[in-house]
Design a binder for this molecule. Sequence first.
Ligand code: ADP
Ligand code: MG
Length: 241
Amino acid sequence: MNKHLAAPLLQVRALHAFYGRAQVLFDLNLEVQRGEVVALLGRNGAGKSTTMKAIMGLLAGSQGQIIFRDQDIGRLKAHQIARLGMAYVPEDRRIFTELSVVQNLDLGRQPVRVDAVHWTPEKLFALFPTLGDMPRRPGGQMSGGEQQMLTVARSLMGNPYLILLDEPSEGVAPVIVEQMAEMILQLKRAGMAVLLSEQNLHFAALVSDRACVIESGHLRYQGSMQQLLNEPAVQQAYLAL
Ligand SMILES: Nc1ncnc2c1ncn2[C@@H]1O[C@H](COP(=O)(O)OP(=O)(O)O)[C@@H](O)[C@H]1O
Ligand SMILES: [Mg+2]
């Protein structure tokens, strides 16, 4: 097999991260393969968002190696990493409230990439029917969950290989959670990779192939989602159930 295709899409090696002098991530190792959905699980404050920020180049002073598509991105800035085909949807979803759904999507447009899905507003409306019902609605007049979907959809307009989703199910209505789960499964079917941060094991279990469990900034467990579901002790120790 072509070496490029055999290597993991994302490889995080010995990641240490800090806020000022306080260390919050310790020697974290994780991988995401092409076409794989990986859940980064842990309780509130475990270090999930910090891990995503560090991968995305948003954290000064983190140490370790981050390799994306065979390129060391550890020293790159967030906008450079985005241009390489990694998308990040933070917890505090940000849309342009004055702009319509379609205008928000247009702002996410990036060039088409070799080997990546080419997203258009039409394809995204099939993925997110709720957004398709309100193409002209200003962002400011949408519910929190609808705004969350729009943030994800806008990130997909960049045609990423990998999307980092920070707690997409948190604080949104059940109908949106359902669409989020279906959306993630469809991204996977389209061949995309997803790194998903979650406190909610039930949601993560619906969509994820593998799980990495962190606690206090340390990786405590790694295995298939099926294995984790058979490990009540691990769930009890490190997850809010
Ligand atoms: N901007 C910040 N400055 C200082 N400490 C922070 C900051 N953001 C998060 N932390 C701390 O880092 C640790 C990990 O936080 P975070 O990555 O947000 O956890 P999670 O996303 O799993 O809830 C927590 O102890 C949190 O209090
Ligand atoms: Mg968080």
